[in-house]
Write a protein that binds this ligand. Structure first.
Ligand code: ISJ
Length: 383
């Protein structure tokens, strides 16, 4: 374990060499981890048997990047949170906004949503998640400073700073787990439905939000049960969960894989879920690619540790054996959906935001939902 100041100095030197790296902290953890790639090669993921940190785009057909464990140096350090950033200061960001451009964006997004509502009413689709991106000029484009703001502000999110010469800088604070596995046990979640947090977590949800989240749960459960690779699937009651200044509905889902060899199959089933794409999956994807009018790139893709070996001490409880300790090597995977994220480029941040559209959606409300979601990133761009 090293000191955080020492680590950030190392990272600055690494940056000068234009080599890939990732720094991240898992939800609720106080240890920050990092992988700094040793060489300048580009590593891609073939079948999810690789070990390292994966950065995968929304488009499941496109390339996923990897920082391999064996070609990088690992660091861990404790980051002492310096008190929460003040939400009021996001006004400083809004003061630089061109309101005519905003109006254009609003019209465009509301039209997109309206077209989707009509397609849903025509029976083509059940749900589609529609997104947009928003450019914000940075008063200070220092990615490390922004990352420290993320660490300070979002203790319960998966926060990260990723850099690769092929993808550029990405940062985010996502509330959504795609998949976590330890040995053959796995966990995932169905997360959907959004409202502003107004001081209490235990809130009432409207019918639109309850139904749209249930669609995600049902889809994940049905797909997991439909493959031979899984068994013993169970799930929680839906509950409200806080993500920055927002609330969502979440259902925890868990089960067992018949063997770790099925990790690839499981990821392919889960990504993209109807939380970021829609239902039926292929129709929704077609609608998104045809109508969104921009490329999501890595937004609503996934990222995280893949096949990381960890050693755990376990007690053998067999009666006729001595109660001895033995070490067991297991492999862990911790993947998150890349939401509440942005890309830094040429002194600007491009923030990506979206929301689920169903037959009960209202275009103006969907616009406001994306405005509210954009605050998660805007809040860390302040001085
Ligand atoms: C698509 C996003 O979020 C997803 C969509 C949600 C919704 O439609 O209510 C809620 C949480 C996420 O699953 C986003 O943050 O951009």
């Amino acid at each position: 374990m090293i000191e955080s100041t020492e680590f950030f100095q190392n990272l600055n030197e690494h940056l000068q060499e234009n080599k890939a790296f990732v720094v991240y902290r898992k939800p609720g953890a106080n240890i920050v981890k990092a992988l700094l790639q040793n060489d300048k090669l580009t590593y891609k993921v073939k079948d999810h048997t690789e070990s390292g940190f994966i950065f995968a785009p929304f488009n499941a057909e496109a390339e996923s990047y990897l920082i391999p464990l064996e070609n990088s140096e690992s660091f861990e350090f404790e980051f002492r949170v310096e008190g929460s950033l003040d939400d009021r200061s996001t006004d400083e960001i809004s003061s630089g906004v061109d309101f005519e451009l905003m109006e254009e964006d609003q019209k465009q997004h509301e039209n997109l949503v309206q077209n989707a509502i009509e397609a849903i009413k025509d029976g083509e689709l059940k749900k589609v998640v529609l997104s947009r991106s928003e450019k914000v000029e940075l008063y200070d484009p220092d990615a490390i400073r922004i990352f420290k703001n993320l660490l300070n502000k979002y203790a319960q999110a998966f926060v990260y700073l990723w850099y690769h010469p092929k993808t550029g800088y990405w940062l985010g604070a996502t509330p959504e787990t795609l998949l976590n596995t330890e040995r053959t046990r796995f966990k995932t979640m169905a997360l959907a439905g959004t409202q502003l947090f107004k001081g209490k977590i235990d809130v009432e949800w409207g019918q639109k939000e309850v139904e749209e989240q249930q669609l995600v749960t049902d889809y994940i459960l049905d797909s997991l049960k439909s493959i031979k690779a899984t068994e013993g699937i169970s799930f929680s009651e839906p509950y409200s969960t806080k993500a920055g200044s927002l609330l969502h509905i979440c259902t925890d889902i868990s089960g067992k894989l018949s063997s770790l060899e099925h990790l690839n199959e499981l990821i392919k089933i889960l990504h993209p879920t109807p939380a970021v794409c829609g239902l039926p999956k292929h129709k929704a994807l077609e609608f998104i690619l045809k109508n969104e009018g921009y490329s999501r790139e890595f937004y609503s893709g996934y990222l995280g540790e893949m096949n990381i070996k960890s050693e755990s001490k376990r007690n053998s409880n067999r009666r006729n054996q001595e109660n001895q300790q033995f070490s067991a090597i297991s492999k862990k995977t911790d993947l998150f959906v890349n939401l509440r994220c942005m890309k830094l480029k040429d002194g600007n941040a491009r923030i990506f935001v979206g929301g689920g559209v169903t037959t009960d959606s209202n275009a103006a409300d969907e616009w406001m939902e994306t405005v509210n979601k954009s605050q998660t990133m805007k809040a860390v761009l302040v001085k």
